[in-house]
Write a protein that binds this ligand. Structure first.
Ligand SMILES: Cc1cc2nc3c(=O)[nH]c(=O)nc-3n(C[C@H](O)[C@H](O)[C@H](O)COP(=O)(O)O)c2cc1C
Length: 367
């Protein structure tokens, strides 16, 4: 059996961890499909996530799911800020489980990149104005680092309110039945905006030095940890590099990964960029170096690192795991194109399709 398709366990701080049927993860991907603009997931989320669960993924991550309405990237984003949201996510989680996959939720706050048009082919770009249902975006500082009209700077009171909101959302995610929770600290959204010196120009205890810039992230991690069962894995997604001069670096990411691991984060996914236009490297596996840096810095026992970014080929994915650069592989756009990506990978790696193909589709040839 290949490493990619062998069963694995996602570690947690208590209990035995979360067993997964293989090491493939569906990347969190915004679907811009909540047409009612109330954050309540719809049949689209059921079908999108359900198809990838039945397509063989070990774990499927939801799209960025907003902890408060103002934390949505676009008005059509999903959220989890009321009991109605919890109830709407529950049957989606149950369907994912029935397909043999685990269900993970990515909790998010878009910060200064909130209230923008959905990234669909036929929509505008930039901020949604108030008369079209937009709202005021809030970030650590009011500047143009994000490539949008400047957001408003958060007050100390608002910052502490947001920390609490992360905890409430974590409790709801548990109540909805999710098995794993990923804190979105990447891509120029709120947590990352505090980390990066380009977006964070505060001169109070939340800005300036490394210790001050990571303060908000540590507070959020502590609050989520208090509200999320110790038996369930807690994950975080970082932008390992801003890829811009004077930005957030991989050395800082490694140090922060160690700190949040001490606070109970056991699963790490390494993406990059998001403060302004992307200026990093492109090409197959372009972010694997970032996963490797975090993998090498953390104790192997009790931690799990996933690599993401233009990993489309099963043999490439397997090579990353065999080299020890990461423990699991997150698949984004390739899984939009092919919901059965893991089944096809099993065929390509010689494991056969039987283990992962949905029984209803057993007569299909995935070769
Ligand atoms: C349509 C789309 C929506 C995305 N939405 C999110 C998101 O909600 N949260 C997130 O962390 N990353 C998001 N991403 C980034 C992906 O999770 C992934 O990191 C990126 O696409 C690179 O992986 P890939 O080359 O396998 O697609 C999105 C990407 C796409 C294509």
């Amino acid at each position: 059996m290949s490493r990619l398709l062998s069963p694995i366990t996602l570690p947690s701080v208590a209990g035995d961890g979360l067993p997964l049927r293989n090491a493939t993860f569906l990347a969190p991907m915004c679907q811009y499909s909540v047409t009612e603009r109330d954050g309540v997931p719809t049949s689209w989320q059921l079908v999108h996530l359900g198809a990838r669960a039945s397509g063989g993924f070990g774990l499927v991550w939801t799209e960025a799911t907003a902890i408060v309405p103002e934390g949505r990237i676009s008005p059509e984003d999903a959220g989890i800020w009321s009991d109605e949201h919890t109830e709407a996510w529950r049957p989606i989680v149950e369907f994912i489980h029935a397909q043999g996959a685990a269900a993970g939720i990515q909790l998010a706050h878009a910060g200064g990149k909130a209230s923008t048009y959905p990234a669909l082919p036929d929509t505008q770009r930039g901020r949604v104005p108030a008369d079209e249902g937009g709202w005021t975006a809030e970030a650590p500082s009011s500047n143009e680092a994000l490539g949008l009209t400047p957001p408003e700077a958060l007050t100390m009171e608002q910052i502490s309110g947001l920390v609490s909101a992360w905890g409430v959302a974590a409790r709801r995610a548990d109540a909805a039945g999710f098995d794993a929770l990923q804190i979105h600290a990447a891509h120029g959204y709120l947590l990352h905006e505090f980390l990066s010196p380009r977006s964070n120009e505060r001169d109070d205890e939340y800005g300036g030095s490394f210790e001050n810039r990571i303060r908000f992230a540590l507070e959020v991690v502590r609050e989520v940890r208090r509200n999320w069962p110790a038996e369930k894995p807690l994950a975080i997604r970082f932008s390992g590099e801003d890829w811009i001069e004077g930005g957030w670096t991989i050395d800082e990411t490694v140090e922060l990964a160690k700190r949040v691991h001490e606070l109970g984060v056991t699963v790490f996914d390494l993406s990059s960029g998001g403060i302004g236009a992307f200026t990093g490297p492109v090409g197959p596996g372009y972010q694997v170096t970032l996963a490797r840096a975090v993998r090498e810095a953390l104790p192997r026992e009790g931690t799990f690192v996933t690599a993401v970014g233009q990993i489309t080929d099963a043999r490439h994915a397997e090579a990353i795991l065999v080299a020890g650069d990461a423990d699991g592989i997150t698949i984004g756009r390739a899984a939009l194109a092919n919901p059965n990506w893991p089944v096809h990978a099993a065929v390509e790696l010689g494991d056969g399709q039987e283990a992962f193909v949905a029984p209803q589709y057993w007569r299909a040839s995935m070769a």
